[in-house]
Design a binder for this molecule. Structure first.
Ligand code: S3P
Length: 421
């Protein structure tokens, strides 16, 4: 018999919100206090970069205090700015560096070196930033000399919050107005938080506009739990017989809740309670109980609302009756790994009936999973998906490279063990 998962838990702070709180606090005037910050490696990279830019940041567990001196308070660093594995750090920070009238060099790890940066450096250069690097500034290492930006109207070819945010963060210090039009809505944490720091952003359908020369004021930010981390337990509770898990304080920003919609359509037993939507970022408690799942199609404008949850949804689909089709998700190829390949290859090793397609995957449920030797490929979300799969698989599963999980979820294995009965 497999284990079942039972109990109450709280997931770490939201990664997207944590990055933005540190960045906006670093460019605002006055003190910013953050509670519930994610202390995963990615957010520590953001803190490290802004400290190297001369910002005073005090970190005490999940409590952070930042002594903001405005954009003018940032100083030319004597060292490289190393973003580690973090796509959000590099892309959003490039937006800020583009306004700074000095030289910075940005580097990251092997995965970052493969990820496309042209999607932000091309529009930032159009605004007037001088950015050079590998393949004419499309890949790290990147050298930036910013300042003197002018606003642009940018028609983004991808629905990406990182692209949108980089341009808006450059736009708030540029001359004139800057707008970004997306093909579909991406997560809107930057827009919400800019307003919390006294800035302004106008939304008209899929178009976001900021005026230039804004001044931000320090703020107090409470970071809710990360729904992308809760996702592993929402799926675990749904597919492991006899499970019942209550997850407290999970962020339910509607641009992030695609996972709840899809699991509900699959027949999952999910209840949302204690909703607080009177705050910058709404949150709630979520209860999940085991149930029989059925297949669904996951495509179209829901994709940006669940892009990071596709690896764990693929595992859910292996336990659902019928064929689950995931399409319009080619963005998966440029995440921490090519997540179409890593999900398909690793789940196949565990006995799943799954195939890769050009822009997603097809999963034929339901399969009995069995233990095997698998790898995270250095991708935190692949590592956690495999750890949940191993709870269901017969025999032993060995997962290589689980250290990557601390990127977004320190304490993941301890929490999983505590739920096991
Ligand atoms: C993020 C946006 C998404 C997401 C990433 C975090 C953000 O990336 O996959 O994990 O915080 O803005 P894209 O903007 O590239 O889609």
């Amino acid at each position: 018999m497999t284990v079942r998962l039972k109990g109450e838990m709280k997931v770490p702070g939201d990664k997207s919100i944590s990055h933005r709180a540190v960045m906006l606090g670093s460019i605002a005037h006055g003190k910013t206090v953050i509670d519930g910050l994610l202390t995963g490696d990615d957010c520590l990279s953001t803190i490290d970069c802004f400290r190297k830019l001369g910002v005073e940041i005090h970190l005490d567990g999940e409590h952070v205090e930042i002594e903001g001196k405005g954009l003018e308070g940032l100083k030319e660093p004597s060292q490289f700015l190393d973003v580690g594995n973090s796509g959000t750090t590099i892309r959003l920070m490039l937006g800020i560096l583009s306004s700074l009238p000095f030289h910075t060099t940005v580097i990251g790890d092997e995965s970052i070196a493969k990820r496309p940066m042209g999607r932000v450096t091309i529009p930032l250069k159009e605004m007037g930033a001088k950015i050079d690097g590998r393949a004419e500034g499309k890949f790290t290492p990147l050298a930036v000399r910013g300042g003197g930006l002018k606003g642009i109207n940018y028609n983004s070819p991808v629905a990406s919050a990182q692209v949108k945010s980089a341009i808006l963060l450059a736009g708030i210090f540029a001359d004139g107005e800057t707008s970004v039009l997306e093909p579909e809505n991406s997560r809107d944490h930057t827009e919400r938080m800019l307003q919390e720091f006294g800035g302004s952003v106008e939304t008209k359908g899929l178009k976001k506009t900021v005026r230039g020369k804004q001044t931000l004021k320090g703020s107090s930010i409470n970071v809710p739990g990360d729904i992308s981390s809760a996702a592993f337990f929402l799926v675990a509770g749904s597919i492991i017989p006899g499970s019942e898990i209550i997850i407290k304080n999970v962020g339910i920003n509607p641009t992030r809740t695609g996972i709840l919609d899809i699991l509900t359509n699959m027949g999952a037993d999910i209840t949302i309670h204690n909703v607080n939507d009177q705050v910058m970022e709404p949150y709630a408690d979520i209860t999940v109980r085991y149930s029989n799942l059925k297949s669904v199609e996951i495509s179209g404008d829901i994709i940006p609302r669940l892009i990071d949850e596709i690896p764990i949804l693929a595992l859910a689909a292996t336990q659902a009756e019928g064929i689950t089709v995931i399409k319009d998700a080619a963005e998966l190829k440029v995440k921490e790994t090519n997540r179409i390949d890593t999900v398909v290859d690793e789940l196949k090793k565990l006995g799943a009936n799954i195939e890769a397609t050009e822009d997603g995957m097809k999963i034929y449920g339901k399969s009995n999973l069995h233990g095997a030797q698998v790898s995270s490929h250095g991708d935190h979300r692949i590592g956690m998906m495999l750890a949940i799969a191993s709870c269901l698989a017969s025999g032993e599963t060995h997962i290589q490279n689980t250290e990557a999980i601390t990127i977004s979820y320190p304490g993941f294995f301890e929490q999983l063990e505590e739920l096991k009965q």
